[in-house]
Design a protein. Structure first.
Length: 124
């Protein structure tokens, strides 16, 4: 396996793990009406991050890769947003886990943004 292939497989696993951890984390939120809405939104965006990254890895062209990666960036950014809302609303019973997930969302956002932007530069 090349270094690039290893990186891709690690990112597939990492984005899937992020989704799984978000799903588990949502079960620990304070039981409030807002929690149900936020849980629905963050589970959608977190799972979509990994699913769309996998789709980007199967893209047939640089333009398609850029398009799919743009969705990945949008979804991980949305996940980050919902984590920030949870933090600011004091809905989490596990602040350390919230901070860890927020850090992971920020890191994934940076990695995916760089990959997307690099592919745009490469197609010019």
């Amino acid at each position: 396996m090349t270094e690039k292939e290893v990186f891709i497989e690690k990112m597939k696993a990492r984005t899937k793990q992020f989704a799984v951890e978000i799903i588990s984390f949502c079960d620990s939120l304070e039981v409030k009406k807002a929690s149900a809405v936020i849980t629905y939104q963050i589970v959608k965006s977190a799972t979509s991050t990994g699913a769309n990254y996998r789709a980007a890895c199967r893209s047939r062209s640089k333009a398609e890769f850029f398009s799919k990666m743009s969705i990945v960036v949008e979804e991980v950014d949305e996940s980050q947003y919902w984590l920030e809302v949870i933090k600011d609303s004091l809905l989490s019973k596990k602040p350390a886990e919230l901070d860890r997930l927020l850090k992971e969302a920020i890191e994934l956002n940076k990695i995916m943004s760089k990959a997307r932007n690099s592919s745009y530069t490469a197609k010019k």
